[in-house]
Write a new protein. Structure first.
Length: 155
């Protein structure tokens, strides 16, 4: 089997919500000396994030870096979603900071996090992240500003 075949299988398993199978396939790749790429890692990250497996997602982000791949906007947004689902609000800020330091674009992740904060009534976190965005070279857009205003209005 080669990288492309593994990626096809990983993607199919991820879309089916089979996160455990995805992780088994990822481990198998290492066993056969096949280095996962960003597609492989994102398949695993996406599958675990939809199940709220935030610890696994953060570990997989480390795997992504070990494979010499920089987490992309999908990786980052999935990590934010996993932290949100797992109720790990404090980790969102730490993750965004770490992702930015690694060179990942975090614009979409910041917007996703602000939206998640808004849904959960976490207006202080939404406002704080909006304030921090320029420091991440991520600039607020209509969606992020609207979500912050909505969360403040609901409080």
């Amino acid at each position: 089997a080669d990288l492309l075949q593994y990626n096809v299988a990983l993607t199919a398993a991820a879309k089916a919500g089979e996160w455990q199978l995805v992780l088994t396939q990822l481990r198998s790749m290492f066993g056969f000396g096949i280095l996962p790429d960003i597609v492989s890692c994102n398949g695993a990250i996406g599958a675990c994030s939809t199940r709220g497996r935030w610890r696994l997602v953060l570990g997989l982000l480390g795997t992504t870096l070990e494979c010499a791949a920089v987490p992309d906007s999908f990786s980052c947004a999935s990590a934010v979603r996993a932290c949100e689902t797992g109720g790990q609000w404090r980790l969102v800020f730490a993750f965004l900071r770490a992702a930015w330091r690694q060179g990942s674009a975090v614009d979409a992740s910041c917007t996703a996090a602000i939206g998640a904060f808004e849904k959960e009534g976490q207006w202080e976190q939404a406002l704080a992240l909006l304030h921090l965005m320029p420091g991440f070279r991520a600039f607020p857009n209509v969606i992020s500003c609207s979500a912050v205003m909505s969360s403040c209005r609901k409080s």
